[in-house]
Ligand binder design. Sequence first.
Ligand SMILES: [Zn+2]
Ligand SMILES: [Zn+2]
Length: 170
Amino acid sequence: VGNPLLVNVAELCRRSGTRRDIAVDVRVDELAIEDPRWAPDTGVHVAVQLESLLDGIVVEGEVRSTWQGDCRRCLRPITGALNGAVHELYQRECTAEESFPIEGEQLDLTEMVRAVLLIDAPLVPVCRADCAGLCPTCGADLNDGPCGCAVAPADPRWAALDVWRVDPER
Ligand SMILES: [Zn+2]
Ligand SMILES: [Zn+2]
């Protein structure tokens, strides 16, 4: 019961230099993410070390999950691994730029984990860097070989420029 990403830091804050390891597994729907890149029950593993400083708590470690999508060129469904490194500062009074808040005795990792997922999963995935995509004429998957459609002829207006490029003296 309770949000596993909510960490009580009273003990940590008592002395600076204190460390604590946290390893929790949550699901994407517990992060309030609604995005086609994840099924709601996709697992997310969070493994971080907290270390108290004089003016805050440093959170360092990694967030691991997977994502899903369709290749933007050939439209095949694909999945990928997500392995995001985190290094963030939590503060009672946010004096540093882009630090997260410590509220009361609690530090909430949710926002940080959510940001890693949304930023690190590709928005425009491709199944592989040299995916040939679909033929614009017949829709065949060109990864399976040429489809036989004729290559579109070059625009004649540019052909004249090509001649000029080859022999600028003419
Ligand atoms: Zn592809
Ligand atoms: Zn074709």
